[in-house]
Design a protein around this ligand. Structure first.
Ligand code: NAD
Length: 360
């Protein structure tokens, strides 16, 4: 009963034409930001997350507390548990699902392959089964990944480029997710939008990602390992600031359910779309490290090694013209500005007083 009351209250829409959105992975980095942005503009939002210990669960708990203070409730449950999902859809007629729960990380897959299959493939299917039979059917927007481009060497990466050479099991499960979502669109008429995020970073980020763990290690005077590719080429990433990603997610939710061309809601076949959400400005890892050194006012102890098939790809670079044209997506934060904000958050959260926000 208590659970139901909290879910209902969290799902309350406070603006005309608001949506009720189920955000999976809401205690995660991207999920917590998206959930809060939607709530702030008046949408009803309910989260679900299994609070796994892939990285420091206390960070997930802190995100949950922050969301709770904005009346966003996160149900603790697994997307692979059909009963949890059925219960949620029983209580709320979700108009949209923002699916961000996944087992992320490229190298972790070598020791934990099944975790990727369970969350990114089986969990996705469990969620889509629920969505397909829900009345009304929610429009689904979900996170794929730039990693699907794998060993593709043609840059920048466009949505129509080949994605048949994944370099990690993580990438393979995201690629599988694109194929699986397509079938649910094709057979059951679910509206599906897949977003290929490019290396997302920012406040409340993921401690397993390089910019975050480097920050920790540089501060503590520990050596950092910088990988580089064959022929001593630096790795480069199209680092994309969290606020830009959030804007892209919200725009995708707003345009989902509309079949392109007709302009009307649910006219014609349900749309199946895939968009790159990147920054279109790749930066090398050593340059990223030098920015961290500058903001932390401390030199890194660098240990440079040549990577040998550990799942990383040499570079990523998004062509975002499709998202620009169809979603009005336009990233505005460069890496220097975004990392400065991250370091400010990091210092306030971990060093000063576990102090909060920096969410805006
Ligand atoms: P994250 O790990 O911070 O968030 C994922 C959340 O999902 C976590 O809180 C986790 O506890 C939860 N979760 C995992 N498996 C679950 C399950 N089976 N049931 C319920 N909850 C589960 O990661 P993130 O960086 O916020 O990533 C969000 C999404 O974006 C993921 O799908 C990820 O693959 C994708 N993505 C992220 C990046 C990036 O750079 N951060 C890049 C490309 C794609």
């Amino acid at each position: 009963r208590h659970w139901e009351k909290q879910v209902r209250s969290s799902a309350q829409i406070s603006r005309f034409h608001g949506m009720s959105v189920l955000v999976t992975g809401a205690a995660g980095f991207v999920g917590s930001h998206v959930a809060l942005a939607l709530k702030k503009r008046g949408d009803g939002v309910v989260g679900v997350d299994n609070f796994n210990n892939y990285y420091d669960p206390s960070l997930k708990n802190a995100r949950r507390d922050l969301l709770q203070s904005h009346n966003v409730f996160i149900v603790e449950g697994d997307i692979n548990d059909a009963r949890v999902l059925a219960k949620l859809f029983d209580v709320v007629a979700f108009t949209h699902v923002m699916h961000l729960a996944a087992q992320a990380g490229v190298r972790y897959a070598m020791e934990n392959p099944h975790s990727y299959v369970n969350s990114n493939i089986a969990g996705l299917v469990t969620l889509l089964e629920q969505c397909k039979s829900a009345d009304p059917q929610p429009a689904v927007v979900w996170a794929s990944s730039s990693s699907v481009y794998g060993l593709n060497e043609k840059t920048p990466f466009s949505e129509s480029d080949r994605t048949d050479q994944p370099a990690s099991l993580y990438a393979a499960t995201k690629k599988a997710g694109e194929a699986i979502t397509h079938t649910y669109n094709h057979i059951y008429g679910l509206s599906i939008t897949g977003l290929r995020f490019f290396t997302v970073y920012g406040p409340w980020g993921r401690p397993d990602m390089a910019y975050f763990s480097f920050t920790q290690d540089i501060r503590q005077g520990k050596p950092i390992t910088i990988y580089r590719g064959k022929n001593r080429v630096d790795l480069a990433r199209d680092f994309t600031y969290i606020d830009d990603i959030v804007k892209g997610c919200v725009a995708a939710l707003d345009s989902s359910g509309k079949s392109t061309g007709s302009g009307g809601k649910k006219r014609g076949p349900a749309p199946y779309r895939i968009y790159n959400l990147g920054n279109t400005a790749p930066v090398t890892v050593p340059t990223m490290v030098s920015l961290l050194e500058k903001y932390l006012k401390k030199k890194a102890r660098k240990h440079v090694v040549t990577m040998l098939g550990n799942g990383d790809v040499p570079f990523t670079h998004a062509n975002i013209s499709l998202a620009q044209r169809e979603l009005g997506y336009k990233p505005t934060t460069d890496l220097a500005t975004g990392l400065k904000k991250f370091v400010r958050w990091y210092v306030s959260y971990y060093i000063e007083d576990h102090g909060m926000p920096v969410y805006d």
